[in-house]
Design a protein around this ligand. Structure first.
Ligand code: PEP
Length: 251
């Protein structure tokens, strides 16, 4: 059975001091979540990773928001996998639509990063999702299929067993205009069918999250869908009350 997963993406928010306060305040939530077969996590900025890791409950997943695929070298401004691992960070978002839009994160580059993470026993959370114009043109499935096929190429079933995929339609991120639960289920189930084609039955163990304007009020509708195993949450993961509401409403 796939465990549910609630993962907060803090993007470029929170000072280290604010991240520490959140980590401390989140401590009691993790035990409740784990008892109910739910994993909880957050993806802070690089600067706050160490503080969150040290101050949150040990069961809290702490993910980076990006990483370079090379281990070291002349890549000014970048961070390597071994730097994350030294801090005990073993999860990382890859291919978030904001990085695809502003930082030239292509499917090919995501593939290099995902392969490097898996080779280092880390868990990639591979983000995919279409723009409003692609959605309106009815091309969502072709677009997402390409993201999955290229992003995950050259990997084996054993490689992807811990992978997490997040379906995030760009038109629903930070807009308050969330995709319906029916759309989320349709595309998440489609993604699972591609994963099955590529990797076989291990696809039944891969967690697929929905992301895009998820809030305490709508989280249950998404997580009630058979192929939606959790949520990647931006805005509503920033305040501890709202983060707690996301958990409480799916217990
Ligand atoms: C995200 O950044 O991944 C996201 C889904 O943001 P929001 O929940 O704010 O739409």
């Amino acid at each position: 059975m796939r465990r549910k997963l609630l993962l907060g993406n803090w993007k470029m928010n929170k000072l280290v001091s604010e991240a520490r306060d959140f980590a401390l305040a989140s401590k009691p939530l993790v035990g409740t979540a784990l008892k109910n077969n739910i994993d909880l996590g957050v993806a802070p900025t690089y600067l706050s990773l160490d503080t969150v890791k040290k101050n949150a409950d040990k069961g809290m997943i702490v993910a980076a928001q990006n990483v370079h695929f090379n281990d070291h070298g002349a890549f000014t401004g970048e961070i390597s996998i071994s730097m994350l691992k030294e801090l005990g960070i073993d999860w990382c978002l890859i291919g978030h639509s904001e990085r695809r839009e502003y930082d030239n994160e292509t499917n090919e580059k995501c593939n290099l990063k995902i392969k490097a993470l898996i080779a280092n026993d880390m868990v990639p959370v591979y983000c995919c999702g279409e723009s409003l114009s692609t959605f309106e043109a009815g091309n969502t499935k072709a677009f997402v299929s390409e993201q999955i096929r290229v992003g995950l190429r050259d990997l084996t079933a054993a490689d992807v067993k811990n992978l997490v995929v997040a379906y995030e339609p760009i038109w629903s991120i930070g807009t308050g205009k969330n995709a319906s639960a029916e759309i989320a289920q349709d595309i998440c189930s489609f993604i699972r069918s591609i994963l099955k084609e590529m990797f076989g039955n291990v696809a039944n163990d891969i967690r697929i999250l929905y992301g895009g304007s998820v809030k305490p009020e709508n989280v249950k509708a998404y997580l009630s869908c058979p192929d939606v195993d959790g949520a990647l949450v931006g805005g509503a993961s920033l305040k501890i009350d709202s983060y707690e509401g996301l958990l409480t409403n799916i217990l």
